[in-house]
Design a protein around this ligand. Structure first.
Ligand code: UDP
Length: 414
């Protein structure tokens, strides 16, 4: 049977996988725990789903824990998320209490395990206070921030910083997101899994059948945005851009597909606003998908002519790279991680307004050759920069560096 790693060698190159094996050797047998706040939905779960088994296959004893809380906890962490991405939000004390209490309860359940681990990766703000409940911890703790924290609302960051400052290191997706902290900060952009159901090549018949299931006409141009229904993803701006394009290209269709994440309480309200704004237009397909609809999302991304990710804040849009990997031109919001992912005019376009998005959509729809050329460059760019193997390599390097207390270089022996 082909191992997971061998399968990755076929996509990323044998030398890439050899390098991973070499980097992992000194870490063999170590206990690593990742902690986040949802098993499904959103980019973090998407990444851990495959990063964890790959680390296991490299003989690193890796596990994934999920903290659990009640409504007030998720309201707090959603507010925190919004505040870190710049919204002026005053988080009610009752929510803060729920946040701290939830972490304390979760620490009772998993604290002993965490304290024993050689490395603990805490993803995002939700489980950040766990560190404070493990005073006898043995290993290195790393706070991994997936959010665009470049311009946080200060009181929110000031509060969270108390929980984060004690970590041994933190990771941000972009240098611009780094914060003033008394420990080393590493820059590691996220990645996509080229072998997941979401990203493997699909038979054309499957793509056609998914489009037909949703009454999408494969003969007419299709725009797609795949995202949680979240204001930062600007689904209403996408609808506005679509309406502008439709005045010039009446045959155009739009699919807005999203699902809830269990740690996102605002989705329902935003979905309602999206439905209102689409106003019964039969060419706007608003789909609420189950969390395991990976092949469906793959098919929608493959079936689209252009993929949008018109976010107004974005730590790193996995959906952007997923679309690029499928050779699609992406029109993304000119913000955060999308600036790293979409090379403007080269692998797609970055825009600031619905009007800007509409302009680029019309340009591409009228220039199919350009669309193809940009899509091919996008695929190559995703291959070279944003596959899981690169992400894993950087985690391994970081762990080695922390393990050996390296200052400015690491040495890896065969
Ligand atoms: N996604 C999904 N179902 C949906 C919407 C999104 O599986 O209905 C996936 C999407 O394909 C991507 C991830 O969830 O892999 C979202 O990651 P991204 O970084 O784009 O956004 P986040 O939700 O983390 O802000």
């Amino acid at each position: 049977m082909t191992s997971l790693l061998e399968s990755y060698a076929e996509v990323a190159g044998a030398e890439v996988v050899d390098h991973l094996r070499q980097l992992a050797r000194p870490l063999a047998g170590m206990k690593i725990i990742h902690v986040n706040s949802t098993r499904v939905g959103g980019g973090v779960a998407e990444i851990l789903e495959k990063l964890v088994p790959l680390m296991q296959e490299l003989d690193i004893d890796t596990s994934w824990e999920v903290i659990e809380g009640e409504d007030l906890f998720y309201q707090c962490t959603k507010n925190m998320h919004n505040g870190l991405q710049g919204n002026r939000i005053n988080i009610p004390q009752a929510q803060i209490n729920a946040y701290e209490q939830t972490n304390s309860l979760n620490a009772e359940k998993m604290g002993a395990k965490l304290s024993e681990a050689d490395f603990v990766f805490i993803h995002d703000p939700q489980p950040a206070p766990l560190l404070g409940h493990c005073p006898d911890r043995r290993g290195k703790w790393v706070w991994r921030c997936h959010i665009d924290a470049s311009h946080p609302f200060r009181p929110v960051w000031k509060y969270l910083r108390q929980h984060v400052r004690g970590y041994d290191a933190s990771i941000f997706s972009l240098a611009q997101f780094a914060q003033s902290l008394p420990h080393p900060q590493y820059i590691i952009p996220p990645s996509i899994d080229p072998l997941s159901d979401k990203n493997i090549a699909l038979p054309a018949e499957e793509v056609a059948s998914v489009l037909a299931d949703f009454n999408i006409d494969a003969q007419r141009p299709l725009l797609a945005q795949i995202s949680r229904f979240d204001r930062f993803k600007d689904p209403l701006g996408v609808i506005q851009a679509f309406k502008l394009v439709k005045q010039f290209v009446p045959s155009v269709q739009l699919v807005l597909a999203g699902g809830g994440a269990t740690d996102d309480p605002e989705g329902e309200q935003v979905l309602k606003e999206v439905e209102e704004s689409s106003n019964g237009d039969p060419d706007i397909h608003v789909l609420l998908l189950p969390p395991d609809a990976h092949r469906t999302i793959n098919a929608l991304q493959c079936g689209a002519d252009i993929v949008l990710q018109k976010s107004i804040k974005e730590g790193f849009g996995l959906t952007v790279t997923e679309a690029m990997w499928k050779g699609k031109p992406v029109i993304g919001g000119d913000t955060g991680g999308i600036r790293l992912q979409v090379v403007n005019f080269n692998t797609g376009f970055r825009v600031n307004t619905p009007e800007g998005a509409a302009l680029r959509i019309r340009y591409l729809l009228h220039n199919p050759e350009k669309m193809k050329e940009i899509g091919e460059r996008a695929r190559l760019f995703a291959h070279d920069n944003f596959l899981l193997t690169r992400h894993l390599r950087e985690y391994l390097t970081l762990m080695t560096s922390l393990h050996l207390n390296c200052q400015d270089r690491i040495e890896v022996y065969n």
